[in-house]
Design a protein around this ligand. Structure first.
Ligand code: GLV
Ligand code: MN
Length: 195
């Protein structure tokens, strides 16, 4: 989904003072072999969040060598019973491969049609750009999936956090009227998202 590169390589200078629609390239004289290698997906990060998932991102921000190339990769570790909650990527389609475990992978279209499948090691799934999707670990062991994107910065709108953990918060009245419930119900949900 990203624009095509205009030159062989453009390793991002993340600390450049100018801000453009992507990152400027660091000088060729400073580019090294290490710029084309990323170790950040080697290990499972610690599970720290409420959902029992850790999404480790290899995008232009963590892996500047991806700058302008229109690709990125994540590692998704999900605890038994954990969920990578409904989210969407505004700038990329996603393709994923299950390495271990058993996940229910679901997609909902803009017409509210739901597609889903239970997947195990070696199976590959695709999420069309922008569609809401999730992965639930339905196995007894941890699940490991690698995902890839056609953007160097796909972005991720995580629906529960977007709505209930925004800062500053969305006015309660917006949420009570959106979900047709009272304030207690909204505050109850919000209280779970104070990390
Ligand atoms: C999984 O859906 C991911 O965004 O990495
Ligand atoms: Mn995703």
């Amino acid at each position: 989904a990203d624009p095509d590169p205009l030159q062989d390589l453009c390793v991002a200078d993340l600390s450049a003072s100018i801000s453009a629609n992507n990152f400027p390239c660091k000088p060729f004289s400073e580019v090294t072999s290490d710029d084309f290698v990323f170790d950040g997906l080697r290990k499972q990060a610690n599970f720290t969040d409420a959902f029992g998932v850790t999404v480790t991102t290899g995008n232009v921000l963590s892996f500047p060598g991806l700058n302008t190339l229109g690709i990125a990769m994540n590692r998704v570790d999900i605890q038994p019973g954990g969920i990578n909650p409904p989210h969407s990527h505004p700038r990329a389609s996603e393709i994923g491969i299950v390495i271990e475990g058993k996940i229910l992978a679901g997609i909902v279209t803009t017409k509210n049609v739901y597609y889903s499948k239970v997947l195990t090691a070696g199976q590959v799934f695709v999420i069309p750009r922008g569609l809401v999707h999730f992965q639930l670990n339905v196995g007894r062991k941890k699940a490991l999936t690698f995902t890839a994107f056609n953007s160097h910065l796909p972005g991720s709108t995580v629906l529960p956090l977007n709505l209930f953990a925004a800062a500053p918060s969305i006015p309660v009245e917006v949420l009570t009227k959106t979900f047709l419930v009272d304030e207690d119900a909204i505050n109850n949900i919000k209280s779970k998202f104070v990390f």
